[in-house]
Write a protein that binds this ligand. Structure first.
Ligand code: ADP
Ligand code: ADP
Length: 209
């Protein structure tokens, strides 16, 4: 099953992907996670993209496409994948079409007010990437990761100025992909507002139909 998760930042793509990957038994490939692990590892790519991510801008297409191409060539991705956060531009979508066929593109639909609430309350464990929300999915002990006991952090790009920039980048660069994939007959709209288990169940039902 080759799936793309499309939708605004904060819509819950990563949260749902971390469950859906078990259901479909395919890897969850998040370009944001890949970039963040390069930044953490202080690789050359990490140094190149650090300021771009902090500002909420997009990494250049050529760099992003090359990284995804390499990831999709790995053995675990041959049985299928969930691409989360890629493609984000029409150039990236055209490049993906050259690499792989798709079974469906899931469009996570959420209104702007909820998007901002989800992004501004998001907290993550820096070492595992596990995602929480201060109100909707709090850790057992405030500010502490349930598994590692480490302090949770707020991503730089979840701070107010970067949030506004990311939403405008999304509207200009990524939203056109909704029409792009609808025309190809691949788009499935999912209401991303309910709780994660409800969103996951409706996604599975829609994909398996
Ligand atoms: P994305 O990958 O689309 O940027 P995330 O999965 O990181 O989004 O979710 C953004 C924030 O919203 C996180 O803090 C997450 O815990 C929370 N969240 C995700 N899905 C839901 C949901 N269905 N209901 C409420 N909060 C959610
Ligand atoms: P969110 O889903 O919360 O917007 P991601 O983790 O998907 O965040 O992405 C974080 C950042 O990584 C983006 O704001 C952007 O700087 C970079 N990034 C991720 N995916 C792409 C992509 N496909 N093209 C360009 N930049 C990307």
């Amino acid at each position: 099953m080759n799936l793309v998760f499309l939708g605004p930042p904060g819509a819950g793509k990563g949260t749902i992907a971390s469950e859906a990957k078990n259901h479909f038994d395919i890897p969850h490939i998040s370009t944001g996670d890949l970039f963040r692990s390069h930044i953490k590892g202080e690789t050359e790519l990490g140094q190149q993209v650090k300021a771009i991510l902090a500002a909420g801008d997009l990494v250049p297409d050529s760099v992003t496409i090359e990284m995804v191409k390499q990831r999709l060539a790995e053995s675990d991705a041959q049985k299928g994948f969930i691409l989360d956060g890629f493609p984000r531009t029409v150039v990236q979508a055209d490049a993906l079409a050259e690499m792989k066929g798709l079974d469906a593109v899931i469009n996570f639909v959420l209104d702007r007010e909820q998007i901002v609430k989800r992004l501004s309350g998001r907290r993550v464990c820096k070492s595992t990437g596990k995602t929480y929300h201060i109100m909707y999915n709090p850790p057992k002990v405030e500010g502490i990761d349930d598994e590692t006991g480490e302090a949770l952090i707020q991503r730089d790009d979840d701070k107010p100025e970067a949030i506004l920039n990311r939403l405008s980048v999304y509207e200009k660069q990524t939203e056109p992909l909704i029409a792009y994939y609808r025309e190809k007959g691949l788009l499935i709209d999912i209401d991303a507002a309910p709780s994660p288990d409800v969103v996951l169940a409706s996604l599975i039902k829609a994909v398996e139909k």
